[in-house]
Design a protein around this ligand. Structure first.
Ligand code: ATP
Ligand code: MG
Length: 333
């Protein structure tokens, strides 16, 4: 371990940066009371885990990158950083970007990148579609909505580029089913765009796939190690477990396992969770996530396997260190 070599704490240090401002304070209280399986798992695996709120951090450049938390610089000691980067608030998004850029510029490791280009490929669904489609993955026709008073121009593109509704409107960069809206007609779609555009989130429109589930394929070191099927409850349309969907173990077809592995390889990612929308027999690429993707909804045996892979991956990234990894990426690009 690098930190052992430098004579600091024998327990590898992880700093988990979260954003409580994403949640209603009552939900935040419930989350706190419920505890976190991931936090417990990482602590039991021997990590010294510290949870810090993004609002309490001030990123600074002064001779070197610093993340000030009160008087402490979180980058002063070697650590791996897990940054939960989704947010509905554009101002928070800019702040989190400043935090992740500062971590990347330091000797510490940003564990939540794990792809070639964390800024675009870590969050932006549109960038993911372009990349996945170029690799041969099936991708839904998708319209990206322009800003402000030009936003309704997306409706003409929807009429010519997409099959007739229903449609799904969703933020380009978000998680947990936040802001994912089903619009039955172009009129519904227009009204949804009117409401979303002033918020500045940036959103996409796609055909709505009926009776769809969401399959997550976990790829570790180039190989699929587990898969999870998430299904919406009853007549609802969101498969996210946090939105009432349910999860169960799953065996995807070889072609989907293979495409997921190819995606991970193409991103040089040793730990990637690839999500596919499944409707009848057809699979469509939806998105990918790295270490922050939930594994807690897997059945117990595979859950343990994925948790072990996660720990192994984090330990390897910490062994590699921050700066050398960036150089390696540059060479590979
Ligand atoms: N085009 C679509 N057709 C039908 N259902 C969809 C479509 N897009 C999304 N959904 C449903 O909405 C859910 C959330 O959408 P999506 O995964 O794109 O957003 P997310 O907020 O990024 O979620 P996650 O937390 O999984 O990252 C999906 O799991 C799926 O159930
Ligand atoms: Mg999703």
């Amino acid at each position: 371990m690098k930190n052992a070599a430098t004579g600091t704490s024998a327990r590898p240090r992880l700093v988990w940066i979260t954003t409580p401002d994403n949640y209603d304070p009552h939900v935040q209280e419930q989350l706190k009371r419920g505890g976190s399986e991931r936090l417990d798992m990482l602590t039991a695996a021997g990590f010294d885990v510290r949870v810090v709120h993004s609002c309490d951090i001030v990123p600074v450049w002064n001779g070197r990158p610093r993340l000030l938390h009160g008087e402490e610089d979180l980058l002063a000691r070697y650590a791996g950083f897990l940054v939960t980067s989704w947010t509905w608030d554009p101002a928070i998004a800019r702040h989190i970007e400043a935090i992740t850029r500062t971590v990347r510029a330091s000797d510490c490791v940003l564990l939540t990148d794990g792809t070639l280009d964390p800024e675009a490929f870590g969050l932006d669904k549109l960038a993911m579609y372009h990349h996945a489609a170029a690799l041969g993955a099936p991708v839904l026709p998708t319209v990206s909505v322009p800003f402000g008073r030009y936003a309704r121009r997306a409706l003409d593109a929807v009429r010519t580029q997409l099959p007739p509704g229903p449609y799904v409107v969703k933020p380009r960069s978000m998680a947990m089913g936040y802001g994912v809206l089903k619009a039955d007609t172009v009129q519904h779609l227009g009204a949804s765009i009117d409401l979303m555009a002033p918020g500045g989130l940036g959103c996409l429109v796609q055909p709505y796939l009926p009776d769809s589930g969401d399959v997550r394929v976990y790829v570790h070191e180039g190989r699929m190690i587990a898969a999870l099927l998430r299904e919406p409850a009853g007549q609802t349309y969101l498969a996210n477990v946090s939105q009432g969907g349910s999860g169960s173990g799953y065996e995807p077809p070889a072609e989907i396992a293979d495409l997921s592995e190819r995606l991970a390889r193409s991103l040089h990612s040793d730990y990637l969770c690839v999500d596919w929308l499944i409707s009848g027999d057809s699979y469509t690429f939806n998105e990918w996530m790295t270490v922050s993707a939930a594994y807690e909804d897997l059945p117990p045996s595979t859950r343990k396997l994925v948790a072990q892979a996660l720990v192994q991956y984090i330990n390897r990234r910490l062994d590699e260190g921050g700066v050398p990894r960036q150089r390696t990426h540059g060479e590979r690009c």
